[in-house]
Design a protein around this ligand. Structure first.
Ligand code: IMP
Length: 429
């Protein structure tokens, strides 16, 4: 029996919610290890729809949930999300939710600087969620972050706020934004402290115990490999490492704890925010994919850019993300297309390459090379076995497996939980 890490294999929004919910129902504990409330996971259970940003999806299944040290936590956003899901009938207590005491906090100054910088970038904006994720990670690496445990020490908070504001108020003023007052930030944190601290602990210790006790751990990734700060389409990325290796460092366990790595990929490609997207379609087909797939961001509400399946991109994600099996989602959205295209690589300045180059100029110049496949006229919607799928849909999936060099171990054919073809149980390793 293995633990399982679930990560996105494209640019996010691959439909992780459904897969994670199914896996969470079979896990003992669910751990978030990177990102923050920039993530958005929609879970449909019965007639209830839950939208989670920061809380691990396991809450819906009443599993122990852990927010690891690799996550950046906006305490206001956390408390609002807790209140919202409690209003939907979920139980969130310090018994069901534990938060790493060494996780860095997002303060009001972070979204302010995030938005001001985006504004200043003009046409070159990254298209961030504006939630302060980047600045909070910058502070962590710069060793000036305020961390969860600091909430118990008013003097530490006071000294750290001095350092933080020394840095930010100059920047904010330069960007034409009003500076922050230390008193109001300190006051805010001291008010939040008694509500956050009961959840805080060294989670690595609990995880070690759970692991030694043979409990099943599900590591729930946010964003996706192509938004990884090292491996993604830099600088159009998020500010954390989204690959499965981060599940270990972002929760306080060693690398061998991670277990099976499941990568989620849509049967086509979408992206929110700016940045290269070689297979993007600006025509009626792109429009149709967006309409049928209801491609709107959970967090931002922005319409997602849509395009053909990019096998070169997913192959890249498989390699750097350590993906051992693919969960392919939204195959049904392709029903009825007369032909489908799959990108197998790119032509960059006349030369064929199998992955997007690292330099931005070369990324922008990459022209996809396609393989065309016949579509299918029958429906794949709701299929629960390979036999239920049109033959041509099976061929499409098989070709994807070959090109991305990883098996499809799970296939999702509708938003309903049971409309899934499971080839291999990830917890079995
Ligand atoms: P940030 O994470 O808010 O800094 O945004 C950086 C980039 O990551 C932007 O292009 C966002 O649109 C993208 N991004 C962040 N979180 C998600 C997500 O959960 N799904 C898809 N894209 C995301």
């Amino acid at each position: 029996m293995a633990n399982v890490a679930v990560i996105g294999a494209q640019w996010g929004d691959e439909g992780k919610g459904k897969v994670v919910d199914w896996l969470a129902s079979r896990a003992d504990v669910v751990v978030r290890f990177q990102g923050g409330h920039n993530a958005g996971h929609t879970l449909v259970v019965g007639n209830q729809t839950y939208k989670l940003s920061l809380l691990p999806s396991g809450l819906v299944r009443e599993k122990l949930c852990i927010i690891g040290n690799g996550v950046v936590i906006d305490p206001d956003a956390l408390l609002s999300e807790i209140a919202r899901v409690r209003g939907q009938g979920l139980t969130v207590t310090p018994e069901t939710l534990r938060i790493a005491d060494n996780a860095a906090l997002i303060l009001p100054v972070h979204p302010a600087i995030d938005k001001a910088r985006e504004e200043a970038r003009g046409d070159r904006k990254i298209g961030t969620t504006g939630r302060g994720i980047g600045p909070a990670y910058e502070d962590k690496v710069a060793r000036r972050a305020i961390r969860v445990a600091d909430l118990a020490e008013p003097e530490t908070l006071s000294a750290k706020l001095d350092e933080l504001l020394l840095h930010y108020n100059v920047l904010l003023q330069g960007l034409g934004v009003a500076p922050f007052s230390k008193e109001s930030l300190l006051d805010g944190l001291l008010k939040l402290a008694p509500q956050i601290l009961p959840y805080a602990e060294p989670v690595w210790e609990r995880l070690d115990e759970l692991r030694r006790g043979g409990k099943r751990i599900l590591f729930e990734g946010a964003q996706a490999v192509m938004l990884d700060v090292d491996h993604g389409t830099y600088p159009y990325v998020t500010s954390s490492n989204t690959v499965a290796a981060t599940a270990a460092s972002g929760s306080g366990l060693g690398p061998s704890a991670v277990g099976f790595v499941l990568g989620i990929a849509k049967a086509y490609t979408t992206r929110v925010g700016s940045g290269p997207f070689p297979t993007e379609l600006h025509d009626d087909i792109g429009q149709l994919l967006g309409d049928r797939g209801r491609e709107f961001g959970t967090v931002t509400g922005r319409r997602r850019r849509c395009g053909w399946f990019d096998a070169a991109l997913v192959r890249h994600a498989v390699k750097v993300g350590g993906i051992q099996g693919i969960a392919l989602t939204k195959l049904d959205i392709l029903d009825g297309f007369s032909e489908l295209k799959i990108c197998t690589g790119y032509r960059v300045n006349g030369e064929f390459v199998r992955h997007l180059p690292a330099a931005p100029g070369a990324q922008a110049a990459a022209v996809p090379e396609y393989e065309t496949m016949e579509g299918w006229s029958g429906s794949s919607y709701g299929a629960r076995s390979w036999a239920d799928l049109p033959a041509q849909a099976v061929k499409y999936v098989r070709r994807i497996e070959e090109l991305v060099e990883a098996p499809v171990t799970l296939l999702s054919t509708s938003p309903e939980r049971d409309d899934t073809i499971m080839v291999r149980d990830p917890f079995e390793g």
